[in-house]
Design a protein. Structure first.
Length: 257
């Protein structure tokens, strides 16, 4: 594998390639810890996930996350925040602001929170509707009060464009714009991304899918994540495994150091 030109020798250029692409990422991994959307609205506010089908308590992620922050020397720490303007396309009470496409399974008058509609576009855009949540500069958008915010950490804001939702912390759902996450990771030469938070089957799932597609080693911390829908959490896990991601517990992460 390392003898790229097949002459039987590893020359300097081949060694450099081998070092940069194979050896360095193994012997000198650079870790990033990404804490996704641990915000009031998902825990005890308008989009309290404990009212959703999985009935999970979002506050339970705080303790394992704080413990990891105290014990694991991550090279970088990121906090993402769902950060919507008041006229955001995902809010059920804004559904009348925009035209729906004829193919929409539900009309604007009948639509309820958690339904999926199709906006007219162009191009037509599928959108799941949520209760109004994480409005910029409101209590609901604040990080949970007990979540430890470490010095030097970077906050990444997403869902700021009123016309498009953003589940992944990398890109909005239409890939129109990126957040600063990818450039921040590149700046630090990150190789491994540890991901956890809320919601397992929505923003956490979309973020780890993008991380794996980019080529990062991505690790989901299962007990530091909570979700909306049990079946969706299970399919999120299969997708991660099928794409060579890793799912481990916070204890297993702590045991690595
Ligand atoms: C999220 C629903 C709507 C999340 C954000 O952070 O998982 N879920 N907006
Ligand atoms: Zn949102």
């Amino acid at each position: 594998v390392f003898d790229k030109n097949g002459d039987g020798f590893i020359d300097k250029e081949e060694f450099t390639f081998c070092w940069n692409h194979w050896i360095k990422v193994i012997v000198r991994p650079v870790s990033a810890f990404l804490i996704v959307d641990v915000q009031n609205d998902f825990i005890s506010g308008t989009l309290n996930i404990s009212n959703c089908n999985a009935q999970q308590d979002g506050s339970e992620v705080v303790e394992p996350i704080n413990r990891l922050l105290d014990t694991v020397p991550f090279d970088a720490v990121f906090y993402s925040l769902d950060w919507h303007p008041p006229d955001h396309v995902s809010f059920i009470d804004n559904v009348h602001m925009r035209e729906l496409h004829p193919s929409s399974p539900v009309s604007a008058d009948k639509a309820q929170a958690y339904d999926t509609v199709v906006f007219a576009g162009p191009p037509p855009m599928k959108q799941r509707l949520w209760p109004r949540h994480c409005v910029q500069d409101t209590w609901g958008a604040d990080l949970h009060k007990d979540l430890k915010v470490v010095e030097g950490a970077v906050k990444v804001y997403k869902g700021t464009n009123p016309e498009v939702d953003s589940y992944s912390v990398f890109w909005d759902n239409k890939k129109l714009a990126d957040t600063s996450l990818i450039s921040q990771l590149r700046l630090r030469n990150a190789t491994d991304i540890y991901i956890c938070g809320l919601a397992y089957d929505v923003c956490v799932g979309a973020t780890i899918a993008d991380a794996l597609a980019i080529g990062y080693r991505a690790i989901l911390i299962d007990d530091a994540s909570r979700g909306v829908d049990l079946a969706d959490i299970e399919s999120t896990k299969s997708t991660i495994i099928n794409n060579n991601g890793v799912i481990i517990t916070s204890q297993e992460v702590a045991a690595m150091v």
